[in-house]
Design a protein around this ligand. Structure first.
Ligand SMILES: Nc1nc2c(ncn2[C@@H]2O[C@H](COP(=O)(O)OP(=O)(O)OP(=O)(O)O)[C@@H](O)[C@H]2O)c(=O)[nH]1
Length: 525
């Protein structure tokens, strides 16, 4: 028997493909047997003008009719203003409907989406209700009261990520797109939003699908070699050529994935935040600069040297970049104060671990422009190659000539290695130029610019890319070189292609993957 028989049969037995194909032909969602779910999709326990309750599943229309006390079908995809009442279908609520009196809960805007043309692929009802706690609780209770399993009305509160999970199960999105939606909701800055949007729009999905297609094509070629070898056929005498062709493809793909991973690595800085550390002698204006960049009073500013005795981290947004700015205790000469010594040591450590440093100097006293401590720190081995910007602060206190003198002096002692920016935290002069320089450095650090979106993928995706996809491709390349065992080599390619299937959610037995992905979503998503 051809050793590839089972391999080939496994290749064509992807249940999700089959399910997707089926889904495109029928309108009934694949999740139609599941309970109808509902949840508050906007933040809980907060008073707001509007709160949105989302309901998804086959009983959405029933819930609509019970809440609005009408047997007419809801208009599809049309906003409608309706009174929402406590449902009468349930015995306990009969009391509320004595003498035909309906109990009004709210007057709300409703939207109805009919399967399969909805986010989940199921019937969806959205209730845009007034955002008071009592209103929301009352309506959620009203929906809950409609659950009656004996009458086939299985209705339950949604678990975290339930709506997205249904969207996935009904083939509306793949996992990378849904992770993109989660990132979009979590995004705090413009660059995070842009990268999340490109995942959500399916940019990564297309890339991953193409990679998988390429591996499957290579596997098909190798399978053909085995088939012909089994038949003892002379028809393919150029098997070596095919093999080398596959090998070249795999090498190309491996290199492409390595470059992709590098870009992902650079882009993760956007999620975690760029670490920006401020250094300089006491009283040069480090805390004032933090406040100028953040436009608030994050740091304590005082004219007593040594006010900042420990490092202070603050998350700020500079031109759309998430930045963890660290105001340090400064670097100064000898001190006998234990806390000060610890603070300076921490400042050194922080600067070594940072992505970028700002060295702030004060031009008012040229004798203190660059202390020996600062020079020693800049030339330290563990600081080698660190991007640094020299900021000459307090420009409002010196004449233009004195400022130029200070800049010349700095260039003479430091060379042209570091950009020098003159600012005044008091008048804000030069702060915009500093932000421009910082933005260029951030672009460089994260390999992102307005024309090239950074790539952010989840930790789950990077781990599978590394441990399954790249591993499988590397193993293919080495097992092939080792003993030309095509069966073994092809199994390695299968391992890589299954890895991609796990990423997008096309793999067999993905329940545990789904649990791990959707548990990170919030309720109502
Ligand atoms: N005129 C003027 N004064 C400034 C400027 N920047 C800071 N200062 C003043 O300089 C003093 C020290 O400022 P800080 O921001 O506390 O300096 P620091 O470097 O954080 O000080 P340490 O916490 O001691 O390390 C304060 O009185 C500030 O108001 C500036 O651009 N112009």
């Amino acid at each position: 028997m051809n050793p590839f028989f089972s391999l080939r049969s496994r290749l064509i037995s992807k249940p999700l493909f089959v399910r997707r194909a089926l889904y495109s032909r029928i309108t009934k969602p694949l999740t139609s047997q599941l309970p109808t779910i509902y949840a508050l999709s906007t933040p809980a326990n907060q008073n707001s003008a509007i709160a949105i309750i989302r309901i998804s599943g086959s009983h959405s229309k029933y819930i609509y009719s019970q809440l609005v006390c009408s047997n007419a079908a809801p208009p599809i995809r049309k906003a409608m203003l309706r009174n929402i009442y406590i449902p009468s279908s349930n015995n306990s609520n009969q009391l509320h409907h004595q003498e035909g009196k309906k109990i009004l809960l709210d007057s709300s805007l409703l939207l109805y989406f009919q399967a399969p043309n909805s986010f989940t692929g199921e019937d969806i009802l959205e209730l845009h209700v007034h955002g008071g706690k009592a209103v929301v609780d009352g309506i959620l209770k009203a929906i809950e009261s409609l659950h009656d399993k004996s009458r086939g009305k299985d209705i339950r509160f949604a678990l975290p990520g339930d709506f997205s999970r249904r969207a996935f199960q009904n083939g509306k999105f793949d996992l990378t797109q849904l992770e993109g939606i989660k990132d979009l909701i979590d995004s705090e800055t413009e660059t995070q939003r842009r990268s999340a949007l490109s995942s959500f729009n399916g940019k990564n999905k297309i890339l991953f699908d193409n990679w998988r297609k390429s591996i499957l094509e290579d596997m098909a070629q190798l399978t053909a070699i085995i088939d012909f070898a089994d038949d003892n056929s002379q028809e393919i005498d150029n098997t070596d050529m095919i093999f080398h062709g596959v090998e070249d493809n795999v090498k190309r793909l491996r290199d492409e994935i390595v470059i992709f991973m590098r870009k992902v690595e650079k882009s993760t800085i956007l999620q975690d935040g760029i670490k920006l550390v401020l250094l300089g002698a006491p009283n040069v204006g480090k805390s004032s600069l933090v406040n100028s960049l953040t436009n608030d009073d994050t740091s304590i500013v005082s004219d007593i040297p040594g006010t900042t005795r420990d490092s202070i981290d603050a998350m700020i947004n500079i031109n759309g970049y998430k930045v963890i700015i660290c105001d340090t205790a400064g670097i100064r000469g000898k001190s006998s104060d234990k806390i000060e010594i610890l603070g300076m040591e921490k400042a050194r450590r922080k600067s070594v671990q940072s992505d970028l440093c700002l060295f702030i100097v004060d031009p008012t006293d040229s004798s203190k422009l660059l202390s020996e401590d600062v020079l020693t720190h800049l030339s330290a081995d563990d600081f080698e190659g660190k991007p640094v910007i020299i900021v000459v602060n307090k420009s409002d206190l010196v004449s233009n000539d004195k400022m130029m003198e200070a800049v010349d002096d700095l260039q003479m002692r430091l060379g042209t290695k570091y950009p020098i920016v003159c600012v005044s935290c008091k008048t804000k002069k030069g702060i915009e130029s500093l932000i421009d320089i910082l933005t260029r450095d951030f672009e460089h650090l994260s390999q992102s610019s307005t024309d090239s979106s950074p790539i952010i993928v989840s930790k789950r995706v990077t781990e599978i890319l590394k441990n399954d996809v790249l591993y499988g491709l590397e193993e293919f390349l080495s097992s092939k070189a080792f003993d030309n065992d095509i069966v073994m080599a092809t199994e390695n390619l299968k391992y890589a292609s299954d890895g991609i299937a796990k990423i997008t959610g096309q793999a067999i037995g993905i329940e545990e993957i789904l649990d791990s992905v959707f548990s990170k979503f919030c309720i109502g998503k």
